[in-house]
Design a protein around this ligand. Structure first.
Ligand SMILES: NC(=O)c1ccc[n+]([C@@H]2O[C@H](COP(=O)([O-])OP(=O)(O)OC[C@H]3O[C@@H](n4cnc5c(N)ncnc54)[C@H](O)[C@@H]3O)[C@@H](O)[C@H]2O)c1
Length: 245
């Protein structure tokens, strides 16, 4: 019996449930929990298979899912991750910014590539030694909760601070920071009315070469803060974990 426990029934959670409905992810039961019961009900109605809504995080743990997917918020991840890693469940964390502050064994946590990718190559380079990493994220003001009419640099600094200042938009910075550790990531966040997609450019200079990766992602229609690719990365990782367990 393979079951999935989902925390957060928003944009990512719903795409994930739809992937189960379409048979892209094979599991026997889906348990969902959301602090907003209406969001859980909405997800249940959106799919054509039996979804079990649980009323609390404790009830989700009691259902002993094979894999738990956190798709809620950095605050939620900070609260739940330390408790989930003590259970037998495999854990996927979307709100990766939270992992920068938690003293948990990260080997117990699966970090999806989220709105970026190429983390295999970046992690390989990190083993040899990375000299410089920069992340430039350019989003439409709408996706950043802004209304500037000209391109504006909203933030320049560290990945850790970027992930905290933009908890809904810059988990990518945290994911990159976790991948290149102990190297530090220089981040720039630009609010640009000329772009419609969320774009992330990563430049790396490492001991034996350099890399340039560019991602241009459609925002999720119901949550412009989130890139569609992030949900698909969770689906891919969930698929792999369920096949292995
Ligand atoms: N790793 C990445 O690259 C990446 C990319 C995009 C989004 N994200 C992150 O993934 C998370 C989910 O994104 P989304 O677009 O689905 O968000 P969303 O806002 O559409 O949905 C989040 C859902 O979680 C629920 N929720 C919030 N706090 C909760 C709690 N404490 N317990 C239970 N439920 C709670 C909300 O009610 C909401 O229904 C966010 O933190 C987002 O920033 C990560």
């Amino acid at each position: 019996m393979k079951t999935v426990g989902l925390i957060g029934c928003g944009a990512i959670g719903t795409v994930l449930a739809e992937a189960i409905e379409r048979g892209l992810v094979v599991c026997d039961e889906l348990f969902v929990f959301d602090v907003d019961p209406a969001k859980a009900e909405k997800l249940k109605k959106a799919v054509n298979f039996e979804v079990t809504i649980v009323p609390s995080f404790e009830d989700l743990l009691k259902s002993k899912p094979t894999v738990i997917v956190e798709a809620a918020s950095q605050q939620a991840a900070k609260e739940y991750v330390p408790r989930i890693v003590k259970t037998k469940a495999e854990l996927i964390v979307m709100s990766t910014g939270a992992l920068l502050d938690l003293a948990v064994d990260l080997r117990r946590v699966h970090v999806p590539s989220g709105a970026i990718g190429g983390l295999d190559a970046i992690a390989s380079a990190a083993l040899a030694g990375i000299n410089e990493v920069t992340l430039t994220s350019r989003k439409n003001p709408h996706a950043l909760g802004k209304n500037n009419t000209k391109a504006e640099v909203l933030y320049e600094g560290t990945a850790e601070e970027a992930a905290h200042k933009f908890p809904r938009e810059m988990n990518v910075a945290a994911t990159l920071a976790l991948t290149v550790k102990p190297a530090k990531v220089k981040v720039q966040v630009i609010s640009d009315p000329a772009v419609k997609r969320n774009t992330h450019e990563i430049q790396i200079k490492w001991q034996f070469g350099d890399m340039f990766l560019r991602f241009s992602n459609e925002p999720h229609p119901e949550n412009p803060h989130t890139s569609a690719l992030a949900a698909w990365s969770a689906i891919r990782l969930l698929q792999t974990l369920l096949e292995k367990t």
